[in-house]
Design a protein around this ligand. Structure first.
Ligand code: SF4
Ligand code: ZN
Ligand code: ZN
Length: 301
């Protein structure tokens, strides 16, 4: 039986990088300290910042919510119901239960009520993930801006980030590489975006959430099959298992060298003609894609 490195009790988890066994109590401390270090290092939550956590129903965002609560932060929660038959109903139900446990006030935004259809309901000649990501980012930001939140927290973790980075490197998506990172600051009509789980793996998050007895959505989105990011994550898992520490070095290196990809000139943002939110063109991608004649109003009354 392995024993905890700090107290000698029976271990709950064996970490590979750094290599050590930890009991339940010391693992929770290790996890939350790591979250707090990332928050402090990137100055994610200045005093009096109004925090919104985007909960999808999965393990990651609820892990962020539990850790933030245990660290003494206050926040409200947002769930975006994407209108994916079966999957979205289940996700909304799970999020409601998660919020009862963490005690955060929950707001729900339903895509179908806003634009008349859900993700993937109509054939559009492109993979649903390609417009789902844009839709979620828009709604999270619009909800935050409409209701005075300063920062939106998401559950992106080390495995997600390394898979995104690899995909963007392979395709030389220089714009993304110049903008990536655990924290994107606030701008005009743009809430800051924070990823406090940036240095934690899927495995660590799963083991952390298991200790708090919260429900998580176990089924997968029907559109996730065949997504390229899954392939990149698999390849990175293999490299990590041969050479522990590769993923964290990869993200830290990309962050340190982000300036290599930053543009000299600022992109000039205009106001979307339909909704008034920032955009590079005349109409933002959200209003254009969903063919809106007027902007969505997400103010809570
Ligand atoms: Fe959206 Fe794709 Fe994720 Fe499904 S797998 S929730 S379609 S981004
Ligand atoms: Zn211990
Ligand atoms: Zn718009």
């Amino acid at each position: 039986m392995r024993r905890c490195k700090f107290c000698g009790k029976e271990s709950y988890i064996m970490l590979r990088s750094p290599r050590m066994a930890l009991c339940e109590e010391h693992f929770v401390r290790y996890f939350e300290r790591k979250v707090e270090r990332v928050i402090k290092r990137h100055k994610m939550f200045p005093e009096s910042a109004k925090i919104l956590i985007a909960l999808s129903g999965g393990k990651d965002a609820i892990a962020a919510a539990i850790a933030l609560k245990n660290l003494g932060y206050e926040y409200e929660c947002l769930h975006i119901n994407l209108g994916i038959p079966g999957y979205s109903e289940e996700s909304e139900e799970v999020v409601k239960k998660q919020c009862e446990i963490v005690g955060g006030k929950l707001h729900v935004v339903r895509l179908k009520e806003l634009v008349g259809e859900g993700i993937g309901e109509r054939k559009r000649g492109r993979q649903p993930c390609s417009y789902c990501g844009m839709t979620k980012r828009y709604l999270m930001n619009k909800f935050a801006v409409d209701n005075g939140f300063d920062v939106v927290v998401t559950g992106h973790n080390l495995d997600d980030e390394t898979a995104f980075l690899l995909g963007n490197l392979i395709h030389w998506n220089v714009d993304y590489l110049g903008r990536q990172g655990p924290y994107l600051p606030k701008g005009l009509k743009l809430a800051a975006r924070a990823k406090p789980l940036y240095e934690l793996t899927n495995y660590e998050i799963r083991k952390y959430v298991d200790l708090f007895n919260v429900p998580v959505v176990e089924s997968k989105c029907p559109f996730s099959r065949g997504a390229k990011s899954i392939l990149y994550a698999k390849v990175l898992d293999e490299i990590e298992s041969e050479s522990p520490g590769t993923k964290i070095n990869f993200v830290k290196g990309c962050l340190k060298n982000r300036n290599l990809f930053e543009r000299d000139e600022e992109i000039e943002l205009k106001e979307c003609r339909v909704c008034g939110m920032p955009t590079v063109g005349d109409v933002c991608s959200f209003c254009r894609f969903w063919n809106l004649g007027e902007g969505v109003d997400l103010r809570v009354r």
